[in-house]
Design a protein around this ligand. Structure first.
Ligand SMILES: C=C(O[C@@H]1C=C(C(=O)O)C=C[C@H]1O)C(=O)O
Length: 363
């Protein structure tokens, strides 16, 4: 036997031993999570099992303890799945997302809740809101902004008519691929299907590589992938999940114009989330239509040194809500300086609603 094969055997024995240890420790952890469930139920028969603030703390702690060789994000992803499986023992969590199956929103849902969550596709953003409001699912996931194409207006508008809370956020790096089926003639592609947002994100690449192909907008990338299955002269722009779901081949990878192309999704629910340590708050404010309104609104944030991360304006749909601003900032409503700012804003605004305080996206 050569030296290298002795080493290999020893190393494999060591790996078997470690796997046994990891198995025992994960089972012990799952046991603890089940006990947590019993404690929660003993205090409150309608207890909420999923705790976004605690999960964010667990993941952040793992990332800060990690010393390699795996990188911290990779390690956090593994723990994300362990937590997801532990939570499923307490209560399998149901999540509605903007479908159909294979969309980036489903990918975001699974990234946030882990693969043990039950994810249910909905046909439209307002349907996701309705399912959550009706209590048919525990949470919902909807896209809210893309780094290249900007805000998803429909999501913001739906918040105006809803009493739902934001419980979390998740940012997903969006990679688009050009996909074909096994019957597609790759030299004869004359039509490309995709969602309008994705066409926007791949505009330059398409102009350079397929200037003459017809661009046909459809309701989702997954729908685009599905259509390609039946047409020999068509291709689709979609992501990995849709490619796998419909068994398509990637003929060009990562064709988005900007390498940092990413989309932010919101987790919506009926729950108010306690402080996690690194939190964000989203509010919607209506101001009267008068000179200096925006300045009056932002001045208290500046004075209390609160870091704004986003501000969007939407046209008001009622007489009262003249200007409607969606504002995100760092901090939690339970922090005194945030409470102080909101008190001041309330005096200056015709309407103020806190959509939610939630942990900043960890993964
Ligand atoms: C175990 C708990 O319940 C759930 C599972 C968690 C975990 O596995 O670490 C963390 C938060 C909750 O979503 C808890 O609240 O601590």
């Amino acid at each position: 036997m050569s030296d290298s094969s002795i080493n290999l055997d020893e190393l494999r024995q060591r790996i078997d031993q470690l796997d046994g240890d990891i198995l025992r420790l994960i089972s012990e952890r799952a046991d603890c999570a089940q006990k947590v469930a019993h404690v929660k139920l003993a205090h409150d028969k309608d207890a909420v099992f999923y705790r976004p603030e605690r999960e964010a703390q667990v993941l952040r702690r793992i990332m800060s303890l990690n010393q390699g060789p795996l990188d911290s994000e990779e390690m956090a992803r593994l723990f994300r799945e362990i937590m997801s499986a532990c939570l499923a023992l307490e209560q399998p969590i149901k999540v509605a997302y903007l479908g159909p199956e294979g969309t980036f929103t489903q990918q975001a849902a699974l990234k946030h809740f882990g693969e043990s969550a039950i994810s249910l596709p909905m046909a439209a953003i307002d349907e996701v809101f309705r399912e959550v409001e009706a209590g048919a699912v525990n949470y919902g996931v909807v896209p809210v902004e893309n780094s290249t194409e900007g805000v998803v207006n429909h999501t913001l508008d739906t918040f105006m008519d809803s009493s739902i809370h934001i419980c979390g956020e998740v940012v997903l790096r969006i990679h688009h691929h050009l996909l074909i089926s096994d019957t597609t003639r790759r030299d004869k592609i004359s039509r490309i299907y995709s969602h309008p947002q994705s066409f926007g994100q791949c505009r330059k690449w398409l102009d350079a590589h397929y200037p003459h192909a017809e661009r046909v907008p459809v309701s989702s990338n997954a729908e685009a992938a599905k259509l390609v299955k039946t047409e020999w002269h068509s291709a689709a722009i979609a992501g990995d999940m849709a490619a796998k779901l419909y068994g398509l081949e990637r003929i060009a990878d990562k064709i988005e114009d900007r390498p940092d192309n990413s989309t932010r999704f919101l987790i919506i629910g009926n729950q108010q989330v306690p402080m996690a340590g690194e939190d964000k708050t989203s509010i919607v404010v209506a101001m009267r239509n008068q000179p200096g309104a925006l300045h009056d609104l932002l001045e208290p944030f500046h004075r209390h040194k609160i870091d704004l991360t986003r501000i969007e304006t939407r046209p008001s749909r009622t007489g009262v809500w003249n200007y409607v601003f969606f504002i995100d900032f760092k901090g939690h409503v339970d922090e005194p300086r945030v409470a102080a700012v909101l008190e001041e804003v309330k005096l200056r605004a015709s309407e103020l609603r806190v959509l939610g305080s939630y942990p900043q996206g960890v993964l």
